[in-house]
Ligand binder design. Structure first.
Ligand code: ZN
Length: 145
């Protein structure tokens, strides 16, 4: 089991060390932010939609390792998906971090199942996802200059 734990730990560490899609997205037409005062995490999510599909996504923010790794992971999970698909993805992620249920196939999402043992950290893990869902519900805005 400890090998598995190490593997999962490695996934989270890797997303921390080499965050995917990090930084402000200059072409974003939707932006939403969230914060988690109990831990001191904050996250802003930038989206550019093409029709109903997420063409580009990025995040920015600071906070604990779980919040930052989860934000990086989230961008890789929803990029290229429709709003409905991204929402379904979030429902699955939330279920995994809340219950600790292991997905049947190994995937990076399993790395976050361990979060369920630390209820205070669930908000860390879901912060960026909530911001992304908020952004998906917005109308498109003109590009920021
Ligand atoms: Zn946190």
């Amino acid at each position: 089991m400890s090998d598995l734990t190490d593997l999962y730990q490695a996934v989270i560490l890797d997303h921390n060390k080499r965050p995917r899609n990090r930084g402000r997205l200059p072409t974003a037409t939707r932006v939403a932010s969230g914060d988690n005062p109990t831990c001191g995490d904050n996250c802003t999510v930038y989206l550019r939609m093409e029709g109903d599909r997420i063409a580009e996504i990025s995040f920015d923010g600071s906070g604990c390792a779980i919040s930052q790794a989860s934000a990086s992971f989230m961008t890789t999970q929803v990029k290229g998906r429709t709003a409905d698909e991204a929402t379904a993805r979030f429902a699955e992620f939330k279920d995994i971090v809340t219950t600790g249920r292991q997905p049947e196939d190994f995937s990076e999402v399993a790395a976050f199942a361990g979060v369920h043992a630390f209820p205070a950290r669930i908000k860390c893990a879901t912060l960026s996802w909530h911001a992304a869902i908020d952004a998906l519900k917005q109308p498109d805005q003109p590009l920021q200059s």
